[in-house]
Ligand binder design. Structure first.
Ligand SMILES: *Cc1c(COP(=O)(O)O)cnc(C)c1O
Length: 227
């Protein structure tokens, strides 16, 4: 099937509350243009340099999502245009995003990346760290960022049970935090509004949707395997 057919097949099967991010990492601009021409304008990249390079040559109505680990010293390159950063895993990084967003006169939407996998290699906060960050006075001081939800990656395994349980744990945490938001208005900073749960990639997005995902990040099922 062509890239366009892959895209349409995935999109038409999605429940209305789920947004698809087409993950373009490692794929050349020509292929990204095929997806754009098919009417899809939300793309995800995991590396800053690659995202900047593509942003510069592609149409400006594309929404760019940074989904990979972000180093503080690289925030400045994406702050002028990035739509959503999925991979925020520290207060220090959030403070740098806030600083660079303010230079561009923007408010940058961010997701806290939560560690749910049983692997050593995945970045992220644990539930307790995320809750502390959300409730912190330091967060309330940041005027140029907004925390709009959470992102999580399940373990890379064939065990569907395990993947489901991991997604479920994040869904529960998301629901709990959303309740806190409404029950405890004093904890609700103006820069916090949880409405996105980014879970699921090519291999596991169906399981993620069953477990409450509202945003999936899909690369190889659209573009084919990465070279
Ligand atoms: C690469 C990547 C994806 C997409 O992976 P596929 O298996 O190609 O769908 C999703 N999320 C993150 C954070 C990634 O780095």
């Amino acid at each position: 099937m062509s890239i366009k057919d892959n895209l349409h097949k995935i999109k038409f099967a999605l429940p209305p509350q789920v947004t698809l991010i087409a993950v373009t990492k490692t794929h050349p601009v020509e292929k990204v243009k095929e997806v754009y021409a098919a009417g899809h304008k939300i793309f995800g990249e995991n590396k800053v340099q690659e995202m900047v390079d593509k942003y510069e040559v592609l149409p400006k109505d594309i929404e760019w999502h940074l989904i990979g680990h972000l180093q503080s010293n690289k925030v400045k390159y994406i702050a002028p245009f990035v739509s959503l950063i999925h991979s925020v895993d520290s207060l220090k990084l959030l403070q740098e995003i806030n600083k660079q967003a303010s230079k561009s006169n923007r408010v940058i939407n961010c997701l806290l990346q939560i560690y749910i996998a049983k692997e050593e290699t995945k970045f992220g906060l644990d539930f307790q760290e995320a809750e502390q960050l959300i409730a912190s006075a330091e967060l309330k001081a940041l005027k140029n960022i907004k925390i709009v939800g959470f992102m999580g990656m399940a373990t890379n395994t064939d065990k569907k049970e395990q993947i489901s349980l991991e997604f479920q744990s994040l869904q529960r945490f998301y629901d709990k935090c959303r309740q806190l938001e409404t029950c405890l208005p004093d904890r609700q900073a103006f820069n916090l509004k949880l409405e996105i749960l980014s879970m699921g990639m090519s291999s596991d997005y169906q399981l993620a949707i069953e477990n409450g995902s509202t945003m999936i990040r899909v690369g190889s099922s659209i573009f084919g395997e990465r070279g």
